[in-house]
Design a protein. Structure first.
Length: 125
C-alpha cells in the first residue's frame, strides 16, 4: 500500500515593483527580494507602470579597518515608496565585505519592513 503525503501548497502573492538602480544592481536586488519574500508568501516582479511599490537602491564603498588592515567595505541604501510616491521607509546597511552581502542584508530588511507595513495598513482598512 502506498502512503500519499499531503504537503501544503504555498501560494505567493505577486507584488509589482519598480526598482530605480544601476542596471547591474537591479537583478541582484530582485533575486534577493524574491528569496526572502518567497519565505513569506511574496513574489516580486518588475514593472515600469502600475506598480505597488517603487524602490530606489544604491550601493557604495568605503574603506575600513579589519583585523588590523585596511579593506574595502560595502554599504547599501534603499528608499521604499507606495504607488502614489509617498515614502514608506528607508533602509541602510553597511560594513559588509561584498556587494552580495550588503544586498542580501538590505533585501531581508526591506521584506521585513514591507510585511510590517502591509499588516498595519490592512488593520487600518
Amino acid at each position: 500500500m502506498a502512503l500519499a503525503l499531503s504537503l501544503p501548497v504555498f501560494c505567493s502573492e505577486e507584488v509589482k515593483l519598480k526598482i530605480e538602480a544601476p542596471e547591474l544592481d537591479k537583478p541582484k536586488l530582485l533575486a534577493d527580494l524574491n528569496t526572502h519574500g518567497g519565505d513569506n508568501g511574496l513574489h516580486f516582479v518588475l514593472a515600469d507602470n502600475d506598480y505597488e511599490y517603487r524602490v530606489t537602491f544604491s550601493i557604495g564603498q568605503s574603506t575600513g579597518m579589519s583585523s588590523g588592515s585596511t579593506s574595502s567595505l560595502n554599504s547599501a541604501s534603499a528608499e521604499v515608496y507606495d504607488s502614489r510616491g509617498t515614502e514608506i521607509f528607508k533602509v541602510f546597511r553597511s560594513n559588509r565585505f561584498s556587494e552580495r552581502g550588503v544586498t542580501n542584508a538590505l533585501s531581508k530588511e526591506i521584506v521585513k519592513r514591507l510585511l510590517q507595513w502591509r499588516k498595519e495598513k490592512a488593520k487600518g482598512s
